[in-house]
Ligand binder design. Structure first.
Ligand code: HEM
Length: 176
């Protein structure tokens, strides 16, 4: 079977988004444990301003998630026929969207009753489950070679960063 290959623009957007999602998920867990903890807490305490860190990661994530979403809905739309890919994208939208409705001071002031916070907590669970399902589906479909293809640094000729504007133009020309 041919070695799977992912377009470099997809790998760039997907890789940075995935790293930021994982960092947001982990820092969100620390914030929940310290300021909420209604359903349990981490068995350790970490120093530092984790609300600030989580918020900064979220600020970095949303423009990338927007670009990645635009890519997925246009050049990458065929990959969204895989339900687990579509679910990961929807979960990303939910997490980023509800995060934008949050106000930093709510948790510091013990205000846990806001609907936006409840939805953001739910989004944290949903994106965790969606990413696990996405990973399981990738491994079931193409095993490690498919999973690795998303993080490979190999670039085919005609698929370098300087080729991205042409790839985008060709996509929109051929679909109009
Ligand atoms: C952490 C958050 C993640 C999110 C939000 C996410 C989201 C997505 C989405 C929306 C697509 C479809 C892209 C398109 O339409 O062009 C996709 C594809 C893919 N992702 Fe992820 N992903 C994540 C993590 C991962 C991880 C950790 C792996 C590890 C191997 C991975 C491997 C892949 C692969 C191989 C594809 C291409 C699958 C195909 O051709 O159908 N993803 N991802």
């Amino acid at each position: 079977m041919a070695r799977p290959y992912q377009p470099s623009l997809l790998r760039g957007l997907h890789g940075i988004t995935a790293l930021l999602v994982l960092a947001c998920w982990g820092s969100g867990l620390v914030v929940y444990s310290r300021y909420d903890g209604r359903w349990g807490r981490l068995p350790f305490e970490l120093g530092g301003d984790w609300i600030d860190l989580h918020g900064s990661l979220g600020v970095a994530l949303w423009p990338l998630a927007l670009l990645f979403g635009l890519y997925s809905l246009s050049l990458g739309v065929r990959r969204l026929r895989q339900p687990a890919n579509a679910a990961a994208l929807l979960a990303l939208g939910l997490a980023v969207g509800t995060g934008k409705l949050m106000q930093e001071d709510w948790l510091r002031q013990g205000q846990l009753q806001h609907l936006a916070y409840g939805l953001h907590l739910l989004a944290w669970l949903v994106i965790g489950a969606a990413v696990l399902a996405h990973l399981a589906a990738v491994l079931a479909r193409g095993g490690r070679p498919l999973a690795r293809s998303m993080f490979s640094l190999r670039q085919r000729s005609g698929d370098q960063p300087r080729d991205w504007p042409g790839q985008i133009r060709r996509h929109f020309r051929s679909s109009s």
